[in-house]
Design a protein. Structure first.
Length: 282
């Protein structure tokens, strides 16, 4: 029987809000696999909502640079908030952004290689370790247009590609991505693995619900599928309230329909997202 470590229990507790003993039992049942342990807790109704990103533990900034046909978005991490707010760090990330944009780096590995000298010099000057952790080069084709938004001076960066230019709507949709943090564009874009995971949880909930025991099997399966669509649908961009609607009632799907447009893709970087927390001092 696998014995979970204190760090694993703390990590699971941070992500689910469940009690220490519940987390320990779930990890034992899941053989110390945190993702499986999350499912165990959810199946038992102990953890009702899980953010894949986990807690934020890194400092730094995320920025965007774009013209009419290409855009780059990157996240540059450092060790302390003090350094991330300094003029030297601001210059470093801007230099990295400009260099990656000019070189049209295709992926994060190319971006890291291109910026290696800049970060080595910055480490000597500022005494901290720097990491270009996430990066994307995005292109617009035909009539497509970019929308971008930087929140809290670079703590969140959101980039959207639209089927056509919507003027202020470009920024409004990027603001929606930044604030609502959708995981998917539409239900059709949900990866099969994510849907299968949610379906397994929903099927177990339905099977254990006393009120549904008398229902035919096909009806119970339909209820499970509806649960899945509801849960995943809440994490789709099209279901989110459009950020610039003063009443907060207009969904992104409705806004796009009115404009005769669509969102082709979106990218959202929250600084430090998914970085494991450092162990607390005993």
């Amino acid at each position: 029987m696998a014995t979970p470590t204190i760090d694993q229990i703390k990590a699971l507790r941070d992500r689910t809000g469940a009690g220490i003993m519940d987390c320990k039992k779930a990890l034992i049942e899941a053989e110390c696999d945190i993702e499986r342990a999350i499912d165990v807790l959810r199946e038992k109704g102990i953890a009702k909502a899980v953010k894949k990103s986990g807690r934020v533990a890194a400092e730094g900034l995320a920025l965007i640079k774009a013209d009419a046909k290409k855009a780059v978005i990157l996240e540059l991490n450092c060790e302390t908030d003090f350094v991330s707010s300094s003029d030297k760090f601001q210059k470093l990330i801007q230099d990295c952004l400009d260099l990656c944009f000019e070189k049209e780096c295709a992926n994060v590995e190319e971006a890291q290689a291109a910026c290696a000298d800049l970060m080595a010099e910055a480490t000597i000057a500022m005494g901290e370790k720097f990491q270009l952790r996430r990066y994307a080069l995005v292109r617009a084709e035909g009539e497509q247009a970019f929308g971008s938004y930087i929140h809290m001076h670079g703590k969140i960066a959101a980039l959207v590609v639209l089927s056509k230019d919507l003027g202020e709507g470009n920024r409004g949709l990027a603001m929606t991505v930044a604030s609502a943090a959708p995981e998917y564009l539409t239900l059709a874009d949900v990866p099969a693995a994510d849907r299968a995971r949610e379906l397994a949880i929903a099927q177990k909930e339905v099977a254990e619900d006393p009120k549904l025991q008398s229902k035919p099997e096909n009806v119970r399966e339909m209820i499970a599928q509806r649960k899945v669509d509801s849960r995943l649908g809440e994490n789709c961009l099209e279901a989110k309230p459009y950020a610039l609607d003063p009443d907060g009632k207009l969904s992104v799907a409705q806004f796009l329909k009115e404009k005769g447009a669509s969102v082709v893709s979106f990218t959202r970087f929250l600084v430090g997202e998914g970085v494991p927390t450092a162990p607390e001092a005993e």
